[in-house]
Design a protein. Structure first.
Length: 295
């Protein structure tokens, strides 16, 4: 059987079948014409595989976009099966069938994560599932996956998802950038804007404040008649203590003990500032890089 090479005919066939539009979840994945060609050649030689039907959901193609277009191109009737389940289950199905199995590059996985996180939400650290970032139409408002659960589903390291999530929140907080970030290319451009902003912020800080100093007086400048001279040494002592702790529970216990008393909220503000600085430094001083330097 010969594969039809007329792409205009394929496009016409697609437009003549409005019932088989692509579900939004399907469109989170990249479309690769070369994959359509490879599958079309296989279908032309061996027919449509019965064990790889095209999954539909809510009257649209959920999974199997490449197989669908390849079948049309090969002139073979595709086989469909209806996916039955919730939208959350449909997202899990597409994630399992594609992200973990297909050879997606890091940027393609990043964009899929952004769409998945927008739909399912992301549980904040220390949350119980009810506390989540709701930057879009969250499917279920009672349970949101944690960053770790998103990472496990996508087959990436949790630190990778943490970086993706940091960028996602900053992009979605800017309406202009959020509007651009609806496609992979648009999201990459929005992310570059964010990275440029972060770079300028770092440069401004480095040019105005010694890199190893946290200006606690600046944090407390709006709090009149406040003596914060004891907070700086306390932070130094805290960091020295934390460097000897390797158990997460011990670290949390030390932090909680440090935070009280704090009637004016100085320590809370300083800790949040410290967290932002440490998050940025973590990207510059990874564990792997440090180990290489030590060796």
């Amino acid at each position: 059987m010969e594969v039809v090479e007329d792409n205009e005919w394929v496009d016409k066939m697609l437009s003549d079948k409005p019932d088989w539009q692509y579900h939004e979840i399907c469109l989170w994945l990249p479309h690769k014409p070369e994959t359509v060609d490879d599958i079309a050649n296989d279908i032309a030689s061996n027919g449509f595989r019965l064990d790889r039907p095209i999954a539909t959901y809510e009257g649209k193609i959920l999974d199997g976009r490449h197989r669908y277009e390849a079948a049309l191109k090969a002139g073979v009737d595709p086989i469909f099966v209806e996916f039955k389940g919730t939208k959350e289950e449909a997202i899990s199905y597409v994630t399992s069938e594609n992200v973990a199995r297909r050879h997606l590059n890091n940027q393609e996985k990043m964009f899929f994560y952004v769409q998945r996180a927008d739909a399912l939400g992301v549980q904040e650290r220390g949350g119980n599932g009810n506390n989540q970032y709701q930057s879009g139409n969250v499917v279920n408002t009672t349970i949101a996956p944690s960053q770790g659960e998103h990472a496990d589903a996508l087959g990436v390291h949790r630190d990778t998802v943490a970086r993706w999530e940091k960028d996602r929140k900053e992009i979605m907080a800017d309406p202009e950038l959020a509007e651009k970030a609806t496609t992979l290319e648009g999201y990459k451009k929005a992310k570059k804007v964010v990275k440029d902003r972060q770079k300028k912020q770092k440069e401004a800080i480095n040019n105005s404040v010694p890199p190893d100093v946290i200006d606690l007086k600046a944090i407390a400048k709006s709090k009149k008649e406040t003596d914060i001279r004891n907070v700086g040494p306390a932070f130094v002592g805290l960091m020295e203590t934390l460097c000897t702790k390797f158990d997460e529970r011990d670290i949390k216990r030390e932090l909680v003990a440090f935070m009280y008393p704090d009637p004016l909220g100085l320590k809370v503000e300083a800790l949040h500032k410290m967290a932002d600085i440490l998050s940025d430094l973590r990207e510059d001083f990874s564990i792997e890089t440090t180990k290489q330097q030590l060796n």
